[in-house]
Design a protein around this ligand. Sequence first.
Ligand code: HEC
Length: 455
Amino acid sequence: MEFLDKLVIPQSAHHMVLLKYLLVLTFILFISYFSVLFGSTALSLYFNRKARKTNNKTFSRFSKDLIDLVTFNKSIAFGLGFIPLLSSAFCYSQLLHQTQLKVAEFILISLVFYLFGVVLIYVYKYSFHLKDIFGYLEGKNILSTNENDLILEEAARYKTNSEHLLRKSGRYGLIFFIVAVYLFLGAVNLASDVDSWKDANSLFGILFSLRTIIAFTQFIFASLAITSGYFLYIYFRPNSDKKISDEAYSNYSKKFLLTTGLIATLVLPLVIVAGVLLKPVVSLSFGVFGLTVILLFIVLLLANFFYFMIKENEVKYSSSLLYVLVLFFVFAIIKDQLAFDTSTKDQFAVLADNFNKYEKKERELLGGVVEVKINGADIYNGRCIACHAFDHRVVGPPYNSVLPKYEGKEDELIKFILNPVKKNPDYPAMPNQGLKPNEAKAVAEWLLQTYKSGK
Ligand code: HEC
């Protein structure tokens, strides 16, 4: 994808720091949002399948509530998914400019999968509602009267179709999401793994690296934890307007989510530690270790929230739980980006140097001069004009009266400028102007030329 490279201009060290902050921000938006989308899709599909097998209304409702969790508004998928993902691709293409790394390209491919996934998941969501409508008609026995056979047949066909659509779109949507996450995490890992920059540009290198697998595992468990937390917050927090009245359903979903959250937060520390142990040595620093400790502490806190809510069988801490979950994502991302920053220090030093070269070249193109050429006119305007004019007396004599004797004797003029000696009794002595020899030469040349052309 050449076009990305064309959009890139070398960045100064300053801009690169800004780009890195931007990257952290886009990741926080994208990863937290996508985790909930991913987790709720996966769980919804799981319960949809369960509902089909057991014909259980609780499962079916749970499945629907799960998918409605984050798909209530399409612009969210755009604002929190598409835009951050696209900006992170641009950040990477700027940051890793001239490394031949395909990180930005991989993220763009992942973006395509994400978009297809989102479309399919929305189809899944809508076919759920269609299914409900058919279910309602069936319940009212409208579809089983023999009044109108044609409509009956048609409706039956639509019902099967929409059920197919439901199953297929959901399943494919999830597959697209998995590919999107996997590619994204692979690309991000590649960026911070300087050792493999030379040869790991192939898709396979990314997909089968242990680091990517660990990152993916962490994503899955984190997404289960945040989906549980978010669902509990939306439906179970004390002042929620979506409170579930059906007790059996409420109990079942509560228990399931709390247990899932607890298991996920108990597994997460293992994955996090494994992730740090697997990180390239160059990317480790005290900062990374410190943040890992904080992260483990946060996960412990989360596990405690889940545990106490299970024990007390009451969703008490759903708000705090959600805040801490967001905190978890923020710290996890800062930790990974810090590792990226540490491991790419040399790389960025090279890039900053490239920037300086680039800037020099641009200046050459724009101004034609790189090293400031000493300019006689400038020196005259800066130093001599206070006491000299060409045609009249100021403090010193008019140039037109003194320059004739220097015509063809530039060297003598230079000598005088460098070391003025008393000349004309009508004037005071000229103070030494402290010019360097090349400056004196430039101004002397300029004076003689200007005098000559003005004659
Ligand atoms: C502070 C005032 C002052 C400044 C500034 C000054 N000059 Fe002069 N300059 C004089 C005076 C006074 C004389 C007359 C000296 C004399 O005749 O002994 C003079 C004389 C000269 C002469 C004539 C010398 C001669 O052979 O008669 C030249 C040429 C000259 N200045 C060049 C320069 C140039 C070039 C600069 C700027 C780099 C400069 N001056 C800056 C005061 C100044």
